[in-house]
Design a protein around this ligand. Structure first.
Ligand code: SF4
Ligand code: SF4
Length: 235
């Protein structure tokens, strides 16, 4: 019902499936039926996605958003015809840009995995309401996008500090923490959406969760070494 529901992940999925172009149609800006003004969310998502596309070497013109009413059939037909011609001109996704298909697939998969993180980090800008179309291109800068991917944050539980209080595991929104009583907790990096909750909730007296920026995460402690040694109790 609302263009604001079109998630960044949907667009990336379409491209991952080999779609050559994605068009999003929304109601006119400031004419939203809801107080949420979801069409601004859609616009900002598209502006971000277009910069991400540029970052991985895809032509951003493969993604277009337009705002119109249901009474503007002629305008819709014109825009679709123009967009269709543009996509034809650009050629098949990736081939038109000279990117290897496997490389493109792996780049798109990598970025799709980071969608929750990207939305969290760019939350403020994604909620903006730009009035002047001239501001569109400036909302997200090239440097900002480069930094977004070169300084990705990861979370790691220091096995020397974890006391298996289980608080982080209970609060993790995606069950990404391997948890058991008296066992050092471990973050499953494949499942982690980098929300930072574990970092926030780990009690200060333990301070076991570390934030790592733009660097690899140490390998997880082997399962057989995860039992916590308490004073006076053998492993
Ligand atoms: S950062 Fe968020 S998603 Fe990742 S392990 Fe911590 S709580 Fe779970
Ligand atoms: S909250 Fe901290 S001390 Fe408690 S289980 Fe998680 S990482 Fe370990």
């Amino acid at each position: 019902m609302c263009s604001g529901r079109v998630d960044l992940e949907f667009v990336l999925r379409a491209f991952s499936n080999g779609t050559d172009g994605v068009f999003i149609g929304g109601c006119r800006l400031n004419e939203c039926n809801y107080i949420t003004h979801g069409n601004y969310h859609a616009l900002n998502m598209v502006l971000l996605c277009r910069k991400i596309m540029e970052h991985i070497g895809l032509n951003p013109e493969r993604l277009r958003i337009e705002f119109m009413t249901s009474g503007e059939g002629i305008l819709f037909a014109e825009v679709m015809s123009e967009f269709g011609n543009k996509v034809k001109e650009l050629g098949p996704l990736g081939k038109g840009e000279g990117i290897d298909q496997n490389e493109l697939k792996s780049k798109l998969a990598e970025i799709t995995k980071l969608v929750p993180y990207i939305k969290l980090v760019k939350n403020e800008k994604l909620a903006s309401r730009l009035v002047n179309p001239e501001e569109y291109d400036k909302l997200f800068t090239k440097d900002e996008i480069e930094k977004l991917f070169s300084e990705v944050i990861s979370y790691y539980i220091d096995p020397e500090k974890c006391q298996a209080c289980m608080i982080c595991a209970k609060r993790c929104p995606v069950e990404a923490i391997i948890s058991a009583k008296n066992q050092i907790h471990v973050i499953d990096q494949e499942k982690c959406i980098k929300c930072g909750t574990c970092f926030e909730v780990c009690p200060p007296k333990f301070c076991a969760v570390t934030k790592i920026t733009g660097a690899p995460v140490p390998p997880p402690i082997p399962e057989e070494k995860r039992t916590i040694v308490r004073k006076g109790k053998p492993r």
